[in-house]
Design a protein around this ligand. Structure first.
Ligand code: GEK
Length: 271
């Protein structure tokens, strides 16, 4: 089957990086050592906006909804050191700060305090630059840290956009517990993840259509299989039921799947 035009939805995107400098993702256009593991290094940073847009169905739509959710659920519940009331939002596993940028773009500088955290220094140094250039007036701090060790202050909203999936399975509960504790009553967690289906046939169909999506966005068979190999044991998916069960277990009384596109889902959990 050949799909010559990019799928309409694949073109829905936020210009998270307006710079001309964004490279086309060519990371897997040449055969690589089969054992090479995917890592968020300088090479990935240089093509990240192109990569995420072409390989994550619904990335733009999810980001576009974040400020809409924030406007409903962030109620200036936090106090800064100089006594001002703000809404504090964490963007955990921020990469280049796409989610933080989507939020900053829709809020006045004094209304939000954003803390964006990522373990990759290559990502945070670029994110810091992009956020400073695009939103110089906003209170946005970019921190290089492992979210498993990073302490959270009380907050109104936490974004885990495609990040939990990169943590070892055994560490996921503790991170969610920490988030639950930090959220003020009325606050929300937005958790977006790649998932797998429990039913084998359903899963095979979703995975195949996901590869069709990537083909439609210009990825070759070699690029698709190269990326799949590199992500093995690096990106470990759960089922949608496992996500909901874990959220129950850490204390979230109410959570629902508000978005699904093939095997990618986004959940909102309410404290
Ligand atoms: C976006 N949220 O554009 N601590 C902190 N960061 C981590 C950790 C960890 N333990 N493990 C992985 N990361 C972004 C996209 S990308 C998703 C998120 C993807 C970071 C890692 O360095 C990378 O930047 C990010 O999680 C995942 O809205 O590339 O598929």
């Amino acid at each position: 089957m050949s799909l010559s035009n990019p799928l309409p939805d694949a073109t829905v995107q936020l210009d998270i990086v307006k710079s001309e400098a964004v490279q086309h993702d060519t990371l897997f256009t040449t055969p690589l050592d089969k054992a090479a593991r995917f890592s968020f290094d300088e090479q990935v940073v240089a093509c990240f906006p192109d990569m995420i847009r072409r390989s994550v169905p619904g990335y733009g739509q999810v980001l576009a909804m974040l400020p809409i959710f924030a406007k409903r659920h962030c109620k200036y519940r936090q106090q800064t050191s100089n006594g001002q009331r703000v809404s504090r939002i964490y963007d955990l596993g921020c990469s280049l700060g796409g989610a933080s940028m989507a939020l900053a773009g829709d809020f006045a500088p004094h209304d939000l305090q954003i803390k964006a955290v990522d373990i990759s220094p290559a990502m945070t140094s670029e994110a810091r630059k992009l956020l400073r250039d695009n939103y110089p007036e906003h209170d946005i701090e970019v921190v290089t840290a492992d979210i498993r060790e990073f302490e959270l202050e009380t907050c109104d909203m936490v974004i885990l956009n495609l990040t939990l999936q990169f943590l070892p399975a055994a560490d996921r509960v503790a991170v969610l517990e920490k988030i639950y504790k930090a959220l003020s009553p009325g606050g929300i967690l937005v958790l977006t993840e790649k998932t797998h289906a429990f039913d084998e046939q359903a899963d095979a169909w979703l995975v195949e259509r996901y590869y069709d999506f990537k083909r439609a966005n210009g990825y070759s068979e070699m690029e698709i299989s190269g990326k799949r190999n590199a992500l093995e044991n690096v990106l470990i998916t759960d089922t949608l039921d496992e996500h909901h069960e874990r959220l129950d277990n850490v204390g979230f009384a109410r959570h629902l799947t508000w978005f699904q596109f093939l095997n990618f889902v986004s959940i909102v959990a309410f404290k």
